[in-house]
Ligand binder design. Structure first.
Ligand SMILES: NC(=O)c1ccc[n+]([C@@H]2O[C@H](COP(=O)([O-])OP(=O)(O)OC[C@H]3O[C@@H](n4cnc5c(N)ncnc54)[C@H](OP(=O)(O)O)[C@@H]3O)[C@@H](O)[C@H]2O)c1
Length: 313
């Protein structure tokens, strides 16, 4: 039996309204997140009561990007996992969703439209979502060439790459705690350093996207350490990694290309997210599926100060 569901998306930046018609089975209908448009907050919402699954649930942020898409695919192709892609562009999201579903046969791949630079959006999702959550992959990041701010006036790299990761971990800790074990994977980079907690938003120094990016990736690695120590008693592991050098919008904005395939770039985050061999690791930093020393995680005073700064927003 089939049913035609009309999904109505009002594109965030105003004018583009489009319709996606999906023909799906009634059975699937009742198992699917139903999305509807909330005019007030301009984001999609789940009707969470409708979502039931026996699979392990994985959130992947930024799954419309080069590496995020490969992460979502390489997890979603396994029938044991349901993947929720947290993304901001419905056009791209529909394409990635269709591709993963069609190629894998796994119908339990969904997306949710969210601005991950926006605390309100993250809190709203955390309040609304009552399903299980086993793995959170923080991957969405940005590095605009000129200084930009989010809709609350916070410098965009700090808001997305640092506060976005921080709020996702914080807001979804209760969900991750509800199972027997869970994992958080923070996609960071070897290209990291220069964190300036006295001026994280470039109010008193000239903005440079590479400098802002490197400090944000340092902060992500330090936040991984901070959350790992707090969450270890709840059997939630938190690790950070460098994915790989992949050609992407982000790498182009930094003036790089990328010599590795997206699948290669996704290999370490996917390994940390689902491989039984990595389940016991926590508070560590990995490159090419190997633990690598992290000079940023040893300065406990600075890690604590970073958490305090993030809390202050
Ligand atoms: N590429 C590399 O060589 C490389 C190297 C080291 C580390 N990394 C890390 O790998 C991760 C993925 O990077 P990538 O190379 O795949 O970059 P990418 O292709 O530019 O993807 C970035 C993703 O983040 C999403 N995003 C950005 N801001 C967002 C927001 N406010 N709300 C929701 N989504 C947002 C983008 O959405 P849209 O699709 O809508 O733009 C996109 O899906 C990043 O954490 C990056 O730092 C990459």
């Amino acid at each position: 039996m089939t049913k035609v569901i009309m999904r109505h998306y009002n594109y965030q930046h105003g004018s583009i309204i489009f319709f996606v018609l999906s023909i799906i089975s009634l059975e699937e209908y009742f198992g699917t997140f139903i999305l509807f448009f909330n005019c007030k907050t301009n984001i999609m919402e789940f009707l969470p009561d409708r979502f039931k699954t026996d699979k392990k649930v994985v959130f992947v942020t930024g799954a419309t990007g080069a590496i995020g898409r490969a992460i979502a695919w390489n997890i979603g192709r396994h029938p044991d996992y349901a993947v929720i892609m947290l993304v901001r562009n419905p056009d791209k999201a529909v394409k990635v969703l269709d591709e993963i579903r069609n190629r894998s046969g796994n119908e339990e791949v969904y997306f949710y439209i969210i601005d991950l630079s926006c605390k309100k959006d993250i809190d709203k999702l955390a309040e609304t979502y009552h399903g299980p959550l086993h793995v959170l992959v923080n991957n969405a990041s940005t590095t605009p060439r000129s200084k930009q701010t989010n809709n609350e006036g916070i410098e965009l790299q700090w808001a997305t790459n640092v506060l976005g990761y921080f709020y996702m971990m914080k807001a979804f800790t209760p969900h991750l705690k509800s199972g027997t074990s869970a994992r958080i994977v923070n996609v960071a980079s070897y290209w990291a350093g220069g964190l300036d907690l006295d001026d994280p938003e470039f109010m008193h120094r000239q903005y440079n996207n590479d400098t802002a990016y490197r400090q944000s990736k340092q902060a992500e690695r330090m936040l991984s350490t901070a959350f790992a120590s707090v969450l270890s008693t709840h059997n939630i592991s938190v690790n950070a990694c460098h994915p790989g050098d992949v050609n992407s919008n982000l790498s182009n904005d930094l003036g790089f290309g990328g010599h590795e395939s997206p699948d290669r770039g996704a290999a370490t985050p996917v390994w940390l997210a689902v491989d039984p061999a990595t389940g016991q690791q926590t508070g560590k930093y990995f490159e090419h599926q190997r633990e690598s020393p992290c000079q940023f995680s040893t300065d406990k005073a600075l890690v604590d100060r970073l958490v305090t700064v993030c809390e202050s927003y």
